[in-house]
Design a binder for this molecule. Structure first.
Ligand code: GDD
Ligand code: MN
Length: 371
C-alpha cells in the first residue's frame, strides 16, 4: 500500500508578516488575506520576535486550524529588516510578499502585484507605492513623520541611486530567486529593507509599482522611533562605504564620537570645581563617557540585543573592562607608531581607531553577545 502523503499543494505565494506586539491584529490579518487572495494558493508566515503580548500564541492557535498559517518565532533577536529576510528565506514558493502585520498596508493590492508577475516572467519586484498616481500616505502618517519619510526618500534616491518612487515602503512582492541572489548583501539591522534591497540589486532589477493608500493603525502602536532614523542614516553610510562598514559599526562609531563630547564637557566642568586636579577631572571624564557610551550603545547599536535589569549591570561592568583594555591598546599602538613615525596627530588618530575597533569587536563578543 502506498504511503498516505499529506494533501497540501505547494503555494505560489508566501506572505511574510513581520510582527511585534500585534496579538489583536493576527486574526483580522488572516481573514483579510483569505478574502484578498481568493483563488490563489498561498501561505502566510508570521515572523514574531517573541513579543511579550503573546502574538506567537495567537498565531499558533490559528495555525492549528489553518494549514496555510505558519509561525517563525525568533528569540533573543529584534528588528524589522531581519524578520522580513528570515521570513522570505523560510519560503519555498516562487513569490514572496512582505506586508505589515498592523493592517496599515492594503492587502487587496497583493493580487494586483501577483498579476504583474504572472504577466511578466522577467519581473523581479513589485512595490506597493504611496507616491505614484493613485497611492497616498492617507492619514496613516502624522505630518512630522510624513516630512521625515519624504526627506528619507529623497536622501535614499540620491545617495543610493534608487529610481523607484517609494523606497521607504514596507510593502512589496519579490521573486524569491531574485531575492536569494542578493540576500548576502543585505543588512539584518534596521527598518528599511526595501531601500536596502533596491540598493543591493544595483539597478538591475525589473520593477513595477502598484499604488496603495497607507491606512491608520487600529490596534497596538508603531515601533518606529528616533533610533530608526539613526539606523537609516547608518544604512546610507554603510552603503556609501560599499558595505565595508556595517550599520552596527557605524552606529558604534557615532556613539563613540558622542563620548568624546561627554568627556570634554565633564572635564571642563570638573576643572571649574577642582582646577588643580587635572588627573582626577580627566578620570571622571573618561568614566562618564564610558558610561554614556554603554547606555547609548545598549539603546541604539545593540538594541536588538538590549540588556535589561541585572544583565544590564553586568554588561556595564564588562563594558568598563573592555574599554579599559581598549584604552591601553590605543596608547600602545599610538606609542609604537609615534616612535617610528613622529607625527603626533597621525599616531594619535591611528591609536584611537585601533581602540575603537577593539572596543567594537570585544564588546560585541562579550558585552552584547548574540544568543
Ligand atoms: N518581527 C518584528 N520585529 N516585527 C517588527 C519589529 C521587530 O523588531 N518592529 C516592527 N515590526 C513589525 C510591526 O509589528 C508591524 O507589523 C510592522 O513591522 C511595521 O511596524 P510599525 O511599527 O507599524 O511601523 P510603521 O507603521 O511606523 O511603518 C511601516 O510602514 C511604513 C510605510 O510603508 C513600516 O513598514 C515602514 O518600513 C514603512 O515605511
Ligand atoms: Mn504600522
Amino acid at each position: 500500500m502506498p504511503n498516505r502523503l499529506p494533501t497540501v499543494s505547494a503555494p505560489e505565494l508566501t506572505v511574510v508578516v513581520p510582527c511585534y506586539n500585534e496579538r489583536d491584529n493576527v486574526a483580522p490579518m488572516v481573514e483579510k488575506l483569505e478574502s484578498a487572495l481568493d483563488g490563489i494558493t498561498w501561505e502566510v508566515v508570521f515572523v514574531d520576535d517573541d513579543s511579550p503580548d503573546g502574538t506567537a500564541d495567537a498565531v499558533r492557535a490559528l495555525a492549528a486550524q489553518k494549514p496555510y498559517v505558519r509561525l517563525l518565532h525568533r528569540i533573543g533577536r529584534r528588528g524589522l529588516a531581519g524578520a522580513c529576510i528570515e521570513g522570505i528565506l523560510s519560503s519555498t514558493a516562487p513569490l514572496a510578499a512582505v506586508i505589515d502585520g498592523d493592517l496599515q498596508h492594503d492587502e487587496t493590492k497583493l493580487a494586483e502585484m501577483l498579476a504583474c508577475f504572472r504577466k511578466d516572467p522577467a519581473l523581479d519586484l513589485a512595490i506597493g507605492s504611496r507616491n505614484v498616481e493613485g497611492g497616498s500616505s492617507g492619514t496613516g502618517l502624522s505630518s512630522v513623520r510624513k516630512w521625515g519619510s519624504d526627506l528619507a526618500t529623497t536622501l535614499a534616491k540620491k545617495m543610493l541611486r534608487i529610481t523607484a518612487s517609494d523606497p521607504m515602503s514596507g510593502f512589496f512582492m519579490v521573486r524569491r530567486e531574485s531575492f536569494n541572489a542578493i540576500v548576502l548583501g543585505l543588512q539584518t539591522q534596521g527598518f528599511k529593507i526595501l531601500a536596502d534591497m533596491l540598493s543591493a540589486s544595483k539597478g538591475k532589477w525589473k520593477i513595477c509599482e502598484v499604488p496603495y493608500t497607507f491606512r491608520e493603525r487600529q490596534h497596538g502602536e508603531s515601533k518606529m522611533d528616533s533610533a530608526v532614523t539613526l539606523e537609516f542614516l547608518g544604512l546610507l553610510l554603510s552603503r556609501l562605504s560599499g558595505g565595508l562598514m556595517s550599520i552596527r559599526f557605524i552606529l558604534f562609531g557615532m556613539v563613540g564620537v558622542s563620548g568624546i563630547f561627554v568627556q570634554l564637557a565633564v572635564v571642563w566642568l570638573m576643572l571649574r570645581f577642582i582646577p588643580e586636579q587635572f588627573a582626577i577631572a580627566q578620570a571622571v571624564g573618561v568614566f562618564s563617557a564610558m558610561t554614556t557610551n554603554f547606555f547609548l550603545n545598549n539603546m541604539l547599536t545593540y538594541r536588538d540585543r538590549a540588556l535589561k535589569g541585572m544583565a544590564m549591570l553586568k554588561g556595564l561592568l564588562s563594558f568598563y573592562l573592555v574599554s579599559a583594555i581598549g584604552a591601553v591598546a590605543n596608547v600602545g599602538v599610538a606609542e609604537l607608531i609615534y616612535s617610528n613615525f613622529p607625527n603626533w596627530a597621525f599616531a594619535s588618530i591611528v591609536g584611537a581607531f585601533m581602540g575603537a575597533l577593539w572596543n567594537f569587536l570585544a564588546s560585541s563578543l562579550v558585552t552584547w553577545r548574540a544568543r
